[in-house]
Design a protein around this ligand. Structure first.
Ligand code: BGC
Length: 358
């Protein structure tokens, strides 16, 4: 009896083996043999490996805009068939250097960097260059180093737009300037733009800048403290404030609110943060400057992939970074106040109407 069961089981096993082999053979393309299958999978692996890999070294995700930069840049790079590895230094210049080293050792084809510190990031550019990796300075300029491209907005124009808007409302009086982080080249450009416009007013004696300070690491708490100091030193007699971004404008407006002055003194910011857009419709912030991040990431991704492929990029515009004339792309910012908020940041989908007005 037992040998019959064994025979039966053996028969079933052999049959199932035959069926499986037949099925496998059936799914094989005609003319293929085992070796070509191995070859094919190798080719797939190679194709995967040859995908362009971009490293994106970010300083911070503190301000709302950087989340957009991160997500939109990733999307833009991927839509071009490349991939991106992102690291964020949380406002720490030394950590950013380490992270960039990691990216370089991971075999990226090109490095896009938003420097925490314009000068310290030269070390990043030097390391990349030694490894034959091209560098794009994104939004902020890396100073005193060989970099291949700089892509940003016209940051001097950002400051000019702020000052034009505020001088139209307040052509005479006491001004406060709350700058950004002095370690960020942009902070210098924003300030330069503001003072380009204020200069004739100052020269005529119509405007006096009674307080002018940087904000360490762009922290709103420092902007709050600076504004408090400015108010105290001037017996609360301030006529207008220009802040280097919306986060610092938020600190300024909190300090004004503590004295019941929010909405009574014009305040300018930039970035078109949602909080700032809300303050504009509420009336506590006068204006912001909108920098379409989608456009920036689109251009940056396209040029990054081209450069990584070894293509040369001809940019007529050159900006001196202290070491070389860097080929540069500067996009145009847009001033936004309560009158054009709908046809700018809302119609562009940067923020929804519900989010801004609720
Ligand atoms: C950027 C601003 C940003 C600021 C703080 C600047 O370099 O241009 O958009 O608000 O950094 O992160």
């Amino acid at each position: 009896m037992e040998w019959r069961i064994t025979c039966f089981l053996l028969a079933v096993f052999t049959l199932s083996l035959l069926v499986t082999t037949a099925c496998e053979r059936k799914s094989e393309p005609i003319g293929k043999h085992e070796n070509s299958e191995t070859l094919e999978s190798l080719e797939v692996e190679e194709a995967h490996d040859s995908k362009i890999k971009i490293g994106f070294s970010m300083d911070t995700l503190e301000e709302e805009r950087w989340l957009k930069d991160r997500d939109m840049f990733k999307q833009a790079v991927e839509s071009l068939g490349a991939e991106v590895v992102i690291m964020t230094a949380n406002g720490d210049a030394a950590r950013q250097v380490h992270q960039a080293e990691t990216l370089i050792s991971e075999g990226i084809d090109l490095l896009v960097v938003v420097p925490n510190n314009a000068e310290a990031a030269a070390a990043i550019a030097n390391k990349a260059q030694l490894s034959g990796i091209k560098v794009i300075s994104y939004d902020r300029l890396v100073k005193n180093a060989n970099i291949d491209l700089y892509i940003s907005f016209d940051n001097e124009l950002v400051g000019e737009m702020q000052a034009r808007a505020i001088t139209q409302l307040v052509p005479k009086g006491k001004y406060v300037y709350i700058g950004g982080a002095s370690t960020d080249n942009n902070a210098h450009l924003f300030r330069k733009g503001v003072f380009n416009v204020l200069k004739p007013f100052i020269d005529r004696g119509d405007i006096t800048v009674v307080y002018d300070q940087w904000t360490i690491d762009w922290l709103p708490s420092y902007a709050y403290a600076n504004m408090e100091a400015a108010l105290l030193a001037n017996n609360n007699q301030i006529d207008a404030v220009i802040a280097a971004n919306d986060a610092t404008a938020g600190g300024v407006i909190e300090a004004l609110a503590a004295l019941g002055l929010a909405g009574k003194i014009p305040v300018a910011g930039q970035d078109a943060d949602l909080a700032a857009a809300k303050r504009i419709v509420e009336g506590t912030q006068t204006m912001t400057v909108y920098k379409p991040i989608g456009r920036l990431t689109e251009v940056a991704a396209k040029l990054a992939v081209q450069l990584a492929k070894g293509e040369t990029i001809e940019e007529a515009r050159k900006i001196n970074n202290g070491k070389i004339e860097v080929p540069s792309v500067l996009l145009t910012p847009i001033p936004v106040d309560k009158f054009n908020i709908d046809e700018t940041i809302i119609s562009d989908g940067f923020h929804s109407r519900e989010d801004v007005y609720n």
